[in-house]
Structures are given as structure tokens and as C-alpha cells.
Design a protein around this ligand. Structure first.
Ligand code: DNO
Length: 395
């Protein structure tokens, strides 16, 4: 059966991660999704730095299966400043990773901020906590902190009312924490952005609409995907999280049509998709099993988690087998796609349980630097997914 099981990975934020490689191995993962978080966006990852990181992973009895992520700089997304040099550097990083045997590279093309939530410790009835996004709270951020012109237009009167009530109830410390939880949650590092930094970054998008941003992504792919192809690597775009426009910015990896455009920008398995069910599920427009079927030839890596959408537009991160994602259908489909590949001499699909609740002993520790990446919550997710797979395969 092992032959047809998906490859189980776990995210590891490097030596500073509170969750050790030893624990990750004990959770039963075979490999890690990890990155060199200390290298500034846009710079080359040297072979030496990659090998040093790889050795730490391998010494712990694990494999480095996917890079999450090699970040795409804002200069590349906006095609300003140093973008030509950054693209050349990106190509070199792809080559250097391939030389070290690392062939899956996740990236995203979300403008300005990476993923966005408004509450990093949303308490559920059983006392565990999870990540949550509430458009009314996000409106409070936009209107009262960022003071983005015209932001009100993006919200309903009910949301605006809730935004005011939410913001009025915060004390000074609460305001600071709220601000940080929105603009300072970059994966594995703190950018220490101020509200003014965010405003300046937003200003760079004044003349970039969805079509323009798509064009920038296509131009980037036309340069880097051929290099990945030569190296037999897969670049895998991560969906926008959440999969709808925020901050008045275009988001172009949010629905099936977006991904169809992206994969056709360069027709090769080197230009692929990181199938993140949780991100996609926050948009009611996405039928996840249908999307997987449509994109199956371009999926080599997946993040498995779910969200629960509510009628007020908010969502929270549900258990891995609960919420809006029909996880059983998704895992069945992944196993089918993978079986065909393995029988034709191809590779396994690498998955990881994405996010997890803070629960049990997670709650007695100081909050992790990487919200959503507790140990016990993710281990539970992985165990549930492994059980689901085992059940499907043994039927
Ligand atoms: C959040 C993650 C994202 C993801 C990047 C991929 O938990 O899903 O940070 O790793 O957006 O580039």
C-alpha cells in the first residue's frame, strides 16, 4: 500500500522553528517543505546555503521535498526597480536547487501581502483556536488604520457597522496587536512593515489592474519556467489566500479560469500549481474536486486543509476533514492521479497538512511565531489525512 500513498510532508521553518525536525519525524512525515528564510527576497540562493540546510534536514532522517517558498519580489510583481536582476537571480536559484536535487518550488504572486487573516487566535467551542478572516474586521483595518481611500465602497453597510463596533472596542494595545497580525505575518520572517510602508507599496499598484498583473506573471513565467523545464523542476504557484480581491488590489490566482490562464502562459509541467484546498475553499466560487480534475496534469504538490465559510462573508479554518472542502473526494482524486503516474514511472505527489489548530499542549506554549503552524494541531491533521488515505486505498 505504501507504494500508492501520497508522500507526506510537513512544513518546517528552519532551525528557528519551535517545531523540531525530530517532532516532525515522530508525526510520521517523510519530508519537509522548507525555505531559506534568511535570504532577502530577490537574492540568489547559493549551492552552499542550500546544501547546509539540506544536511540539517537529512541528518534528522527526513527529505527536503519542496521549497516553500522562493518568494517573488515586489519588484518582479510590479516590474519596477531591480526586477531584471531579480528574475536572473530567480533562474539561478532554480538551477542551484536542482543541482542539490530539490525540484519542487512553491511561490505566489499575491501583491503586497502574503496570506491574510484578521484573527490568529479565534477560539472555538472546545477551547482550541484557529485562524479566521472576517471582512468586517478587515474593513476596520482598511478604514481606521490604513485609511485607504475608497475602501468603504468594498463593503456592505452591515459590514461597515460591524467594522466600527469592532474597532471601537479595541484598546491601544489591541489596536497594535491587530495591526501586526495583519501586516506582519510573512512566512518565516518578519518584514517589520509599518502602515506607511504598506501604503507606499500599495501606491506602486495604482496603474496595475488584473490584466496588467497577469501580464507581469506571464512575463515572469516565460523567463523562469524554461529554466525549470531544463532542470526537470516544477514551479508551483500557490493560490491567493483568501481567493478574492483585498486592499483594492487585483488577485489573479483565485479561481479556475485564473489557473487555466497561468498554466497556458507556458505549456509545460515545469509551470504547475500548488493545489491548496484551504485557500481555494474560502471562495464559494471554487468547486475544488472539479478544479483538481481540470488541473490534474499540473499538480505535483498539494496543501490539504479546509475552511468553514459563514453567511456574513467570514471564514475560519475548520478541521482537516470538516468544513467546505469535500476532503474525501479530493484525496481520492489525488490518489487516482498519482497511481496513474506511478504506474507510468512517474513521481509521487507530495502533500502536507496545511495549518492546524492550537490545541492541547500547543495552548500552554507561547504563541508560535508562525500562526497556523502549531505541532499538535497539524499532527492531528496529518493523522486524519493518513487515515483517510489508508481507508480509501484498502477498499
Ligand atoms: C500560509 C501559507 C502561505 C504560503 C505562501 C506560498 O500559511 O499557505 O504562506 O506558504 O503563500 O508562497
Amino acid at each position: 500500500m505504501k507504494k500508492y500513498m501520497l508522500e507526506e510532508g510537513f512544513r518546517w521553518y528552519g532551525p528557528k522553528d519551535e517545531v523540531s525536525l525530530e517532532f516532525i519525524r515522530q508525526a510520521g512525515a517523510e519530508s519537509v517543505f522548507t525555505s531559506l528564510h534568511d535570504i532577502p527576497y530577490g537574492e540568489v540562493w547559493s549551492v552552499e546555503a542550500i546544501l547546509a540546510h539540506k544536511k540539517i534536514v537529512e541528518d534528522a532522517g527526513l527529505k527536503w521535498s519542496a521549497v516553500e517558498s522562493v518568494p517573488v519580489s515586489e519588484d518582479i510583481k510590479t516590474r519596477t526597480g531591480d526586477y531584471v536582476r531579480h528574475i536572473e537571480n530567480y533562474k539561478q536559484t532554480i538551477r542551484n536547487l536542482a543541482e542539490c536535487g530539490i525540484k519542487i518550488i512553491i511561490y505566489n504572486f499575491m501583491p503586497v501581502l502574503d496570506w491574510i487573516r484578521t484573527d490568529l487566535h479565534y477560539k472555538l467551542a472546545d477551547g482550541s483556536t484557529c485562524l479566521r478572516f472576517d471582512p468586517a474586521q478587515f474593513a476596520a483595518f482598511e478604514i481606521y488604520l490604513l485609511k485607504r481611500q475608497g475602501a468603504e465602497k468594498d463593503y456592505t453597510p452591515e459590514q461597515l457597522q460591524r467594522a466600527k463596533a469592532f474597532f471601537d472596542a479595541l484598546d491601544t494595545d489591541g489596536v497594535k496587536k491587530f495591526e501586526r497580525s495583519i501586516i506582519d505575518v510573512f512566512p518565516g520572517c518578519s518584514m517589520d512593515f509599518s502602515i506607511d510602508d504598506v501604503r507606499n507599496m500599495l501606491a506602486k499598484y495604482a496603474n496595475i489592474d488584473a490584466n496588467k498583473l497577469r501580464e507581469h506573471l506571464a512575463l515572469f513565467l516565460k523567463e523562469v519556467a524554461p529554466v525549470a523545464e531544463e532542470c526537470n523542476s516544477h514551479l508551483a504557484i500557490h493560490p491567493d489566500d483568501p481567493p478574492f480581491d483585498v486592499l483594492g488590489l487585483p488577485r489573479i490566482a483565485s479561481r479556475l479560469e485564473d489557473f487555466q490562464k497561468i498554466v497556458s502562459a507556458y505549456d509545460s509541467p515545469a509551470n504547475s500549481v500548488c493545489f491548496c484546498t484551504g485557500s481555494l475553499s474560502a471562495g464559494a466560487h471554487n468547486n475544488i474536486p472539479e478544479m483538481l480534475e481540470a488541473l490534474k496534469d499540473r499538480v505535483f504538490v498539494a496543501h490539504l486543509r479546509s475552511t468553514q465559510r459563514n453567511s456574513d462573508g467570514s471564514f475560519f479554518e475548520a478541521g482537516h476533514l470538516e468544513g467546505s472542502v469535500p476532503m474525501c473526494d479530493v484525496v481520492k482524486k489525488l490518489l487516482q492521479i498519482q497511481k496513474q503516474r506511478i504506474d507510468n514511472g512517474g513521481e509521487k505527489i507530495v502533500i502536507r497538512p496545511d495549518h492546524g489548530r492550537d490545541m492541547a499542549d500547543d495552548l500552554s506554549k507561547p504563541p508560535t511565531r508562525n500562526p497556523g503552524y502549531s505541532f499538535i494541531g497539524r499532527m492531528k491533521g496529518l493523522a486524519e489525512l493518513r487515515g483517510l488515505e489508508t481507508g480509501i486505498l484498502s477498499k
